[in-house]
Design a protein around this ligand. Structure first.
Ligand code: FES
Length: 178
């Protein structure tokens, strides 16, 4: 039986190969063009990039007061600690050993932690109006207790509350997180 390619002159064969190659190339370009919006959507949106860091005015926060702000979609607890709270935080031993100095040594008056329980991700609530040794934060989901340094003193949480990257600006009146 005669090979179908032998029916056509070499010139026709070359033209057909060229057309096949061109069609395949157009197909690849089409797939890439269709996929681009999807791939591009994986990049951080402009508004997300815009909050890569936040600056918080802490000048009005008196000793003993705290506030919660958001950074990259996470709650951040900021507390202006009293001398008693700092003193107690320097004595308490936690499940996840870390000294208060290691966490907030650069300016112990200020506690800055990511307010997400390290057990299963609930948001703990501050235990206000308590003696410093009983204060800190309680995660109501399963009863984890974090002290006035944000360290876990009662599980099931396995780790202390995370400390984000932060720095003080403008003579310590503005806190920049991130
Ligand atoms: S999520 Fe906080 S104790 Fe379980």
């Amino acid at each position: 039986m005669e090979d179908s390619q032998d029916k056509f002159p070499a010139e026709d064969q070359n033209r057909r190969d060229f057309l096949k190659l061109t069609a395949a190339s157009v197909g690849v370009v089409g797939v890439c063009a269709a996929a681009w919006p999807f791939i591009n959507s994986m990049n951080p949106a402009a508004d997300v990039l815009a909050v890569a860091s936040v600056e918080i005015d802490i000048s009005k926060l008196q000793p003993g007061q705290s506030l919660t702000t958001m950074w990259r979609g996470k709650p951040i607890f900021i507390k202006h600690r009293t001398p008693e709270e700092i003193q107690v935080a320097q004595k308490i031993s936690s499940i996840d050993p870390q000294t208060d100095q290691e966490r907030f040594g650069k300016n112990p008056e200020w506690l800055v932690v990511i307010g997400i329980c390290t057990h299963l991700g609930c948001v703990p609530t501050e235990r206000k109006n308590m003696a410093p040794s009983e204060g800190g934060w309680l995660c109501a989901c399963h009863g984890s207790h974090y002290d006035t340094s944000g360290r876990v003193v009662q599980g099931p949480a396995p780790r202390n509350l995370d400390v984000p990257a932060y720095e003080f600006l403008n003579n310590n009146t503005v806190l920049k997180i991130g």
